[in-house]
Design a protein around this ligand. Structure first.
Ligand SMILES: [Ca+2]
Ligand SMILES: [Ca+2]
Ligand SMILES: [Ca+2]
Length: 423
């Protein structure tokens, strides 16, 4: 007898409308370069003399400190950019001690923290929380800091490891998903003999899969819509769920797991859950163990209690709980000893399948799961020889601990953090 898997537990809250996005300050888009010090200019110092210090006095003080001339004035600021052949830190320290000097300092090199130009990036509190919509500042996965750390601050659109998504399919032509799908298939008894994979067809009749895909790999810095966590990763899409409830058979999900691994996915993301099955366990065991293995991420479930759902409940699979914009447990998020990691999953904005320019918010451990899958992909991209167990270990140790200290049933090891994962 076939057991019936359903994404409906995961989808249960997906239709809850969110007023959050409407209330957002549009200026939240973080045009601010964060002053990350990366050393200082080797050839100059900055000096401000007190008023009344003559040019002759200035030149005398500068030369005795090791500068070569008075340099240039920063117009309107009264601060001089002064050349030197010595270590600017030493020259600045010498000058700073002089009574005629208001201040002297090295000319620090700043760099902008990666901030994409996508117009709705500012609403993605899960990536970068600046307190938008009554959120808690830094209740996020530290995505821009992580992109910097991973060397992705130029927002390349390719080059990352392949991520498989087993879900309701994808709207491949969506403006923020264009070019992402490199493998596409479906397995489903409603249109095929059970156990068959049909390559080349993975349409999304629900929107759930399209939403998950946008969180994992939405096109970044294309001046459109949102930004995925692992925007440089190509996607292998396997449609195992269908219809308004997003349902599918265990055999189809298992089939997709096997197919995803064979297509070379290093990460398999499953925002679905249901009862246990030997067939499904065999498939995840194959994907986890075959070759270097695939890291397998799945939703803990939206029952709001301690139910263990599968595939999350298998030892080979990381179970993902959901947090909100204040780093608190989402009311619907399951809590049990198998929960391994947490991620933002309340009112998550992403791509939807209404049109090629459609976006919307959904809530669920379904929305938390792709945040973790994206971080796993960036770990895999940065560490090409790391096996699945190594990626999992890195995920576990690069969290922000939440709730009671250490691993706990609500947050697992903690809320995922891309900056720590990418170091
Ligand atoms: Ca975009
Ligand atoms: Ca598990
Ligand atoms: Ca904890």
């Amino acid at each position: 007898m076939r057991k019936f898997l359903t994404a409906s537990v995961v989808l249960g809250l997906a239709a809850v409308p969110s007023g959050a996005s409407a209330a957002l300050p549009t200026g939240a888009s973080a045009a601010l370069p964060t002053a990350a010090s990366a050393g200082y200019d080797a050839d100059q110092v900055l000096v401000k003399f007190r008023s009344g210090t003559s040019a002759t006095q200035q030149l005398s003080l500068l030369r005795s400190a090791g500068a070569t001339s008075r340099g240039n004035l920063l117009t309107g600021l009264g601060i001089r950019v002064v050349p030197t052949k010595l270590d600017p830190a030493i020259v600045a320290a010498r000058l700073d001690r002089q009574r005629a000097v208001d201040f002297a300092e090295v000319d620090k090199i700043l760099k902008a923290t990666a901030t994409p130009n996508d117009p709705r990036y500012g609403e993605l509190y899960g990536l970068h929380n600046i307190g938008q919509s009554a959120g808690l500042i830094d209740a996020d996965i530290d995505a821009p800091e992580g992109w910097d750390a991973a060397g992705l601050s130029t927002f390349p659109s390719s080059g990352g490891p392949k991520v498989a998504i087993i879900d309701t399919g994808i709207l491949q032509t969506h403006e923020d998903l264009a070019g992402k799908t490199v493998n596409c298939a479906r397995s489903g008894s409603s249109f095929l003999l059970g156990g068959s994979i049909q390559e080349g067809s993975c349409p999304d009749d629900n929107s759930h899969g399209t939403h998950v895909a946008g969180t994992i790999s939405g096109n970044a810095n294309n001046a459109k819509g949102v930004t995925g966590v692992a925007f440089n990763s190509p996607l292998a899409i396997c449609k195992a769920l269908s219809g308004p409830l997003g349902q599918g058979n265990t055999s189809d999900v298992a089939n997709c797991v096997r197919w995803s691994k064979d297509k070379g996915a290093r990460v398999i993301s499953m925002s679905l859950g249901g009862g246990s099955s030997s067939t499904l366990q065999s498939a995840v065991s194959y994907a986890w163990q075959s070759g270097n293995g695939a890291i397998i991420i799945a939703a803990a479930g939206n029952d709001g209690n301690s139910t263990v759902n599968y595939p999350a409940g298998y030892a080979e699979v990381m179970s993902v709980a959901a947090t909100d914009r204040r780093d608190l447990r989402a009311s619907f998020s399951n809590a049990n000893a198998d929960v391994e990691i947490a991620a933002p999953g309340v009112d998550t904005l992403s791509t939807t399948n209404g049109s090629n320019t459609a976006y919307g918010t959904k809530s669920g451990t379904s929305m938390a799961t792709p945040h973790v899958a994206g971080v796993a992909a960036i770990i895999a991209g940065k560490n090409p020889t790391l096996n699945a167990a190594g990626i999992r270990s890195k995920l576990q140790t690069s969290v922000d601990d939440k709730g009671v200290a250490g691993r706990d049933p609500v947050f697992g090891f903690g809320r995922v953090n891309l900056q720590k994962a990418a170091l």
